[in-house]
Structure formats: structure tokens, C-alpha cells
Design a binder for this molecule. Structure first.
Ligand SMILES: [Zn+2]
Length: 90
């Protein structure tokens, strides 16, 4: 099933999987390029660390999904892999 996180369609629905991630406290970050087209990158971040990192207050009434630039996506990917690496070292 397509949803507004998985797909760029006009529907205002989310699939079971993305609803579950939302319920678990994750924000969906969807990568877009400079012209606003989706790059296909979707990253999920814990709401608490997302708010702390980007100084954003989540709107509790709407589904936690944000369109972000490629640069931000790659920064988050890098931060994630670094923290995973660090955890393995400890
Ligand atoms: Zn979905």
C-alpha cells in the first residue's frame, strides 16, 4: 500500500508500517532535491533526538513527517553510522 511517506501521491494517508513507526515515536524524514523532487531516501529518527537536533517542536495533531534536503539526509546518515560505530566500540 502506498502512503504519503512511501510515495509522493496526493493521498493524506499513511501505511501500517509508517503508522507503527510513528506510534513508536519516530519522525519520518523524506529526502528531496533542490527542485523539490523526492530522492527516494526516507530516514526515521527518534522524535526526541529530531527535536533536539533541529530545534523543532512537533505538531502533535499532524503526522510527524518532514521533507528535508539531501545534505541533511546525508548528515543524519553519517551521524547514525558514527554512533553505531561508537556503540560497538564501547
Ligand atoms: Zn508508508
Amino acid at each position: 500500500m502506498k502512503c504519503k511517506v512511501c510515495d509522493n501521491s496526493e493521498i493524506n494517508e499513511v501505511c501500517e508500517g509508517h503508522q507503527l513507526l510513528c506510534d513508536k515515536g519516530y519522525v519520518a524524514l523524506v529526502g528531496v532535491n533542490k527542485t523539490g523532487e523526492r530522492t527516494g531516501d526516507i530516514i526515521h529518527m527518534e522524535q526526541s533526538s529530531f527535536c533536539k537536533t533541529f530545534h523543532i517542536q512537533l505538531d502533535e495533531d499532524s503526522f510527524p513527517m518532514y521533507l528535508v534536503s539531501n545534505e541533511i539526509i546525508s548528515k543524519i546518515k553519517q551521524a547514525k553510522s558514527e554512533s553505531i560505530y561508537k556503540n560497538q566500540q564501547e
